[in-house]
Design a binder for this molecule. Structure first.
Ligand code: ATR
Length: 274
């Protein structure tokens, strides 16, 4: 039996074992998928031990996506651009690193929510690892514009420069106060604020009745960000559950060569988390 796991710290609340088990069941495959907790300074030891005992692949979650990027011996183009890896594959003595977060987000928006990104104005809140992980695939959809707003402006500028230097597209970096008087077709919350039940300091008026408000964090109720969007009559609200399932589906595809059906699994998870 092939052996997979999700590695993180903490990792006990990860839904990846459930998602991959459901995919495997639907595809009639027998795999093992565990949770692997590693001390924050023990990532490479734990991964090396997993490989030695026959591990085939790992999903990587916080705080190890940078460690996984450095551990990989081969990198996909999107992992290289993100400087972060969420999917490791061990094959022929090599360690392949990929990042499926961005394609997961884009598929959830474009296919599941049926909201095209092409030619839209996109605002992304935050400039940490979560945002770097998704920016490449968003830019590939050819939006009309991408604005990155961050509390620490210099970090937004660095992220924008990084992707521009790679020739992946133009991004404008701003502080939150600069958003006053502007509005966007798509507003994506990539900050960690929802985890702390906080709200990034967005001015009023950035949503229109046709805007999509997307929180990369998922939660049973509406996050503070989605509550604000709702109170401003944003046209569509979504949390990151669909992204979570889509990034897992892309990892499954990398490992098993088939693209699993996601809708049912997302609905099941939604009920489980309610
Ligand atoms: P991750 O890997 O999840 O992106 P991170 O690299 O620590 O984590 O980044 C967290 C992001 O959330 C950053 O953009 C951070 O803004 P700063 O760069 O200014 O720190 C943002 N963030 C966290 N708490 C915030 C808050 N209360 N208001 C606004 N932004 C916040």
């Amino acid at each position: 039996t092939e052996r997979y796991a999700v590695i993180g710290n903490p990792v006990d609340h990860s839904q990846s074992p459930f998602i991959h088990a459901e995919f495997a069941r639907a595809e009639n495959r027998s795999i093992r998928y565990e949770r692997l907790q590693a001390a924050t300074d023990r990532f490479s030891d734990v991964v090396s031990a997993f490989i030695k005992t026959g591990g085939n692949g790992l999903n990587v979650t916080l705080p190890f996506k940078g460690d996984a990027y450095r551990y990989a011996t081969e990198l996909s183009e999107r992992a290289r651009a993100a400087e972060a890896v969420n999917t490791l594959t061990f094959r022929d003595g090599k360690v392949y690193g990929d990042n499926t977060d961005g394609i997961g987000l884009v598929r959830d928006i474009v296919e599941n929510l049926d909201f095209p990104i092409a030619d839209k104005s996109v605002l992304i809140l935050g400039a940490g690892g979560a945002v770097r992980g998704v920016l490449g695939p968003i830019l590939e959809e050819k939006p009309a514009s991408v604005t990155i707003a961050n509390r620490t402006l210099i970090k937004a500028e660095a992220v924008a420069h990084h992707f521009e230097a790679l020739g992946m597209g133009r991004c404008r970096a701003v502080g939150y106060e600069q958003l006053t008087g502007e509005h966007f077709d798509i507003v994506i919350n990539g900050t960690s604020t929802s985890l702390q039940h906080e709200l990034p300091p967005i001015p009023h008026g950035i949503f229109t009745t046709r805007s999509l408000a997307y929180d990369m964090v998922y939660s049973s109720g509406l996050t503070m960000f989605l509550q604000r969007a709702q109170s401003e009559n944003a046209g569509m609200l979504a949390d990151g559950l669909g992204m979570l399932v889509e990034q897992a589906a892309e990892s499954f595809h990398i490992w098993h060569g088939v693209k699993p059906e996601t809708r049912k699994v997302t609905n099941m998870l939604r009920e489980l988390l309610a």
